[in-house]
Write a protein that binds this ligand. Structure first.
Ligand code: NCD
Ligand code: ZN
Length: 342
């Protein structure tokens, strides 16, 4: 056993689902312990699609997280917003951006966008006001092609709204990295699981419901392209866990919900990946600096000190009447959190 330490300043999770109610109570503290802030997704059963809902949701998340050093970056669910609404949103302290889901592509997205042409004025206002657009970029096509089929939409948005900050959420393909490199106003989040998994891990052997998420993990060359971008310190690639908890009974059943719960292991697993590839010096950029620079963020001050003492990941996390299976359940991760300084 060595005695290696990695200190991360203000780690941020730029794409996080914390849900509501009892699930929120169980999961919010796990992210708050490991991160200085997170971008909170708005796809509740009743989407967060007005300022009042966003405000009250932020209060519930804040209370559940119970950590004054965990900054909430709240998102609104995309619909046509008036310029007045957008200006009002900007005046709210925790407002971060707007998350666009094409209708029906993932969990709780039925109210998503059906025609981009019909929302151009909202996009124009967002561009003028400097409000980031976060996009779940998948088509309704064949599951392995959904991201690739959406890339022309990203291209069109990037060209039509050159000043709009557009984040390609949870990218999974080499083609997405290539597109990212062609447009300065595009940035991207990458999850932990898409750096670790291919579709083979999900269903190449026994089918693993806890590794099923959207977008689904792709091919080995896609995974390698994501890794390469992240490990080289690509300035427009940021960590977003897309940690998306579902209760065990919604995962281990006939219609398995999409989503991987990675929040409690995310930072330690990233340390493993970066250490293995001799790229520890690039971790800070991926989990904090790139996002801070891109979005002019001022997160809470929090230093997370990781050490190379293994973490034993529990088989499940239970509480508040909820039971969730985390990524790497029952395994050892070679890094753990030694201390958190605020
Ligand atoms: C997310 C969820 O469960 O809310 N699921 C997922 O597989 N990633 C939604 C999403 O981000 O697509
Ligand atoms: Zn998500």
């Amino acid at each position: 056993m060595g005695h290696m330490e990695i200190t991360i300043t203000n780690p941020l999770d730029m794409h996080l689902h914390v849900r509501d109610g009892e699930m929120l109570q169980l999961v919010a503290p796990m992210s708050a312990r490991n991160f200085a802030g997170a971008v909170i997704m708005p796809n509740l059963v009743q989407p967060v699609a007005n300022l009042q809902a966003m405000h009250t949701y932020a209060e519930r998340v804040r209370e559940a997280a119970n950590d004054s050093h965990f900054t909430l970056f709240m998102t609104l669910f995309f619909r046509n917003y008036s310029e007045k609404e957008l200006r009002a949103a900007q005046n709210m302290p925790n407002f971060f951006g707007i998350k666009l889901y094409p209708a029906g592509v993932t969990t709780n997205s039925d109210e998503g966008v059906r025609s981009l042409r019909a929302v151009e004025s909202t996009l124009r206002h967002m561009e003028e006001l400097g409000i980031p657009l976060l996009v779940h970029g998948e088509s309704q096509g064949f599951v392995l092609d959904r991201e690739a089929e959406f890339l022309p939409v990203y291209r069109r948005l990037a060209e039509q709204f050159p000043k709009l900050i557009i984040c390609m959420e949870h990218i999974t393909t080499a083609a997405a990295i290539q597109l990212l490199n062609e447009h300065e106003n595009l940035c991207a989040t990458v999850t932990l699981h898409h750096l670790e998994l291919t579709l083979d891990d999900v269903l190449g052997g026994m089918m693993k419901p806890h590794l099923f998420c959207k977008p689904v993990a792709k091919r080995e060359d896609d995974r390698e392209a994501l890794l390469q971008a992240v490990l080289s310190g690509h300035p427009r690639v940021m960590f977003g866990s897309d940690s998306a908890p579902h209760p065990v009974h919604k995962k281990e059943c006939c219609e398995c919900a999409a989503g991987i719960f990675s929040a409690p292991v995310a930072l330690c697993c990233l340390a493993k990946i970066f250490a293995e590839h001799g790229a520890i010096d690039k971790l800070q950029a991926f989990v904090s600096d790139n996002a801070c620079r891109r979005y002019n963020l001022i997160p809470s001050k929090k230093k997370v000190i990781l050490c190379d003492t293994p973490m034993q990941v529990p088989m499940e996390y239970c509480g508040y009447g909820q039971k969730i299976t985390p990524l790497h359940a029952g395994e050892q991760v070679p890094w753990s959190i030694k201390n958190v300084e605020v």
